[in-house]
Write a protein of this length. Structure first.
Length: 297
């Protein structure tokens, strides 16, 4: 299958192409911007580049990012280097959108992630200000996505050009939703044909308990396999699976059509480590070791 590398294969399987947005500067990684830019450029030049999405940057750090990009080889603004593909993360809501788009002029804006408490207001702001070729995702606080709130938000977004965004972890235990909550979001999107991205807590392929913090982390393979489900109970069961062998076998059994359906739903997630998810896939036999960062081999 296309999801399993043949011996010596060096192509990133379609299931994982563009899946890993580079969130190196965000917690818990917190890589300095001056280090994140050359590291991202190295990822984009590596054999596994097809797996890597844009470099994510918060609205308040775009000036710092431009300076780091100049120091690391130039930006489009000075004409000396390739345009850095950047995803704009706007935690402050729609008021940040216009200034961030202006500040991001030196970069190739690959997407916008807008946090808000009002989906209608966010959609209106994006409709007004966002260039038509730039995709966007809208994130609401999890407390507003419970009960009827989830249905209302998803109904707003499904009538717009924009994706949903869901937070699957963080730096405190309460930031990690349980299987039922994630399943409700995934299946609500699947029922509507609404694409989404996830962020935080998905560095590893398989659901696990972090031995250092005790936090329950969802696995990105669990989320991928649950993405096509429309039944919350079935999705929750997949999200709860802790066997890498079971998940890897399920991935190998996917048809090309199923892979397309999954990735049309679950488009990407932010990870502060590009190496960890790639190494996990290689360990499970789902990615050629040649497609993992050299320093980790």
């Amino acid at each position: 299958m296309s999801t399993t590398p043949a011996a010596g294969a060096t192509a990133v399987p379609p299931l994982f192409q563009g899946l890993f947005d580079d969130a190196a500067v965000f917690p818990p990684g917190n890589l300095p911007v001056a280090e994140a830019v050359p590291a991202h450029r190295a990822h984009r030049a590596a054999p596994y580049a097809d797996a890597v999405g844009p470099l994510l940057c918060g609205a308040g750090r775009l000036g710092e990012l431009a300076a780091a990009a100049d120091a690391a080889g130039g930006t489009a603004a000075d004409g000396t280097g390739p345009r850095l593909r950047v995803g704009l993360v706007l935690p402050g809501g729609s008021s940040e959108l216009g200034p961030a788009l202006t500040a991001a002029a030196p970069f190739a804006v690959a997407g916008v992630e807008l946090a808000t408490r009002d989906a209608h207001e966010a959609v209106a702001a994006l409709d007004l200000l966002l260039p038509p070729d730039v995709p966007a995702a809208v994130e609401l606080p999890r407390e507003l996505l419970r009960g009827d709130g989830l249905e209302e938000v998803l109904d707003v977004l499904v009538d717009s050009p924009y994706r949903a965004k869901f937070r699957t972890g963080g730096v405190v235990a309460g930031a990690f939703p349980d299987e039922a909550e994630v399943a409700g979001f995934l299946t609500g999107c699947a029922q509507r044909g609404l694409p989404y991205k996830c962020t935080a807590g998905l560095h590893h392929a398989v659901r696990h308990t972090d031995p250092a913090t005790g936090f329950e982390h969802h696995g990105f393979l669990n989320v991928l396999l649950a993405a096509a489900e429309t039944d919350p109970k079935a999705a929750a069961e997949i999200l709860a699976e802790r066997s890498g062998a079971v998940l890897a076998e399920a991935v190998r059994a996917l048809t090309d059509r199923q892979v397309t359906v999954i990735r049309n739903s679950f488009t990407a997630f932010g990870t502060c480590s590009i190496a960890e998810p790639l190494d996990d896939l290689a360990a499970l036999g789902l990615l050629s070791p040649a497609l993992t960062p050299q320093e980790d081999r």
